[in-house]
Design a protein around this ligand. Structure first.
Ligand code: UT7
Length: 367
């Protein structure tokens, strides 16, 4: 049976930085409180013209470039997000069009901050079954658009960004070795966006009641997280036939430094085996694990043969862990001519997409 190997990785981090000091001028909080209670120092905020899809496209292009795979070779695109551009069409379809991934199937996956781990497990299973050869898995979030900037309980936590990996069928000696996913909908009210769906469609009232921004019972989510991370990590390792001693790198969802410390204590993992970037980006929900994975590779923290465990938890409630054996060496730099050709191809795809939309507007008489 083939396994799904990560052969490409990429990320997109918006330029605008929002520091704790900036936040202390917006709500009653302080750098000291945020750092000691969460470990976050700053986060990135998407520019006005950036969305979950545009950031996903940037991360995906980088991942395809590392993989040296053209967009026309991609069979499947899964975008994990809680902040899609639209309720429909899916963000994955927007990404598919922008990339020019003409033969790819595309869908979004909603599992809150666990979204990327869920998406990785689903895409890997499709690769293993032979249904697809090459899959693009993206986690992308524009949480700043659903943040209540007057609520100090939540607005200090979140940030924007995107991360992506390319999965490809390969030998069964490495790649995605095992995944465990879980859910408990009885905790659905602990972390939610109440407005804008079929239960509370957008109205003056939902806007007045601030129902279009994140609502979270922080303490309950905290308790849930410290319980499930060690549990699902052990379950996934057991399913892979490995132990905690085999783990070279542990990449937990970047939500709170105290949650991560608690999980490490429970699992007895030394801090040097953990990757974290929480202090720079805050909690980027489904994007946090792929961004961290991408940075870990770029910093040389993963070598062929290493076992890496990615663990997510979040709204739903959901949780999940994936165990991978890293097989890909650091790629050689892409020659300038190849970079030029790739950029040309993406520019052509963008022009083609723009012309299609323009033609449709002319055809329907809409401006
Ligand atoms: O992505 C997955 C989902 N999210 C999470 O994983 C988040 C999990 N939860 C957490 O990370 C933590 O619960 C928080 C960081 C959200 C909150 O930390 P906490 O230590 O659990 O604080 P708390 O909610 O128990 O609040 C303690 C105090 C409260 O004041 P009183 O009632 O004791 O007077 C809050 O009002 O801290 C206050 N507080 C703040 N003070 C200054 C809450 N937010 C702030 C703030 N600045 N930003």
């Amino acid at each position: 049976m083939p396994r799904a190997h990560v052969v490409g990785w990429g990320k997109y981090i918006p330029q605008k930085v929002l520091t704790n000091d900036d936040l202390s001028r917006m709500v009653e909080t302080s750098d000291e409180w945020i750092v000691t209670r969460t470990g976050i120092r700053e986060r990135r905020i998407a520019a006005e013209n950036e969305t979950t899809a545009t950031m996903a496209v940037q991360a995906a292009r980088q991942a395809l470039e590392v993989a040296r795979i053209g967009p026309e070779k991609v069979d499947l695109i899964v975008v994990a997000t809680a902040t899609p551009d639209y309720l429909f069409p899916s963000t994955a379809c927007l990404v598919q069009d922008a990339l020019g991934a003409t033969r790819a199937a595309a869908f979004d996956l909603a599992a809150g901050c666990t979204g990327f781990v869920y998406a990785l497990a689903v895409a890997a299973a499709m690769v293993e079954s032979g249904a697809v050869q090459t899959a693009l898995v993206v986690g992308s979030e524009t949480l700043s658009r659903i943040t209540d900037w007057t609520d100090r309980n939540t607005c200090v936590l979140f940030g924007d960004g995107a991360g992506a990996v390319v999965l490809r069928a390969g030998p069964d000696s490495g790649g995605v070795l095992a995944s465990v996913l879980g859910a408990d909908g009885s905790g659905s009210d602990l972390l939610m966006l109440p407005g804008g769906g079929s239960r509370h469609p957008a109205s003056h009232q939902t806007v007045a009641n601030r129902m279009h921004s994140i609502k979270m019972q922080g303490r309950d989510v905290f308790r849930f997280a410290v319980r499930v991370i060690p549990m699902v990590t052990r379950q996934a390792l057991e399913r892979a036939g490995l132990t905690l001693d085999d783990v070279a790198l542990f990449i937990p969802h970047q939500a709170n430094g105290r949650i991560i410390e608690s999980a490490l204590r429970d699992l007895k993992l030394p801090p040097e085996k953990v990757y974290g970037n929480l202090e720079r980006y805050g909690n980027t929900s489904a994007a946090s694990i792929p961004i961290a994975l991408c940075e870990a590779v770029e910093e040389g923290r993963l070598r062929p043969g290493d076992v890496v465990v990615c663990v997510g938890f979040g709204a739903g409630l959901t949780w999940g862990a994936t165990v991978l054996r890293w097989t890909h060496p650091q790629p050689a730099p892409v020659p300038a001519w190849r970079q030029f050709l790739r950029r040309l191809r993406y520019a052509l795809a963008a022009i083609r997409s723009w012309l299609r939309h323009r033609w449709w507007r002319v055809f329907t008489g809409r401006r």
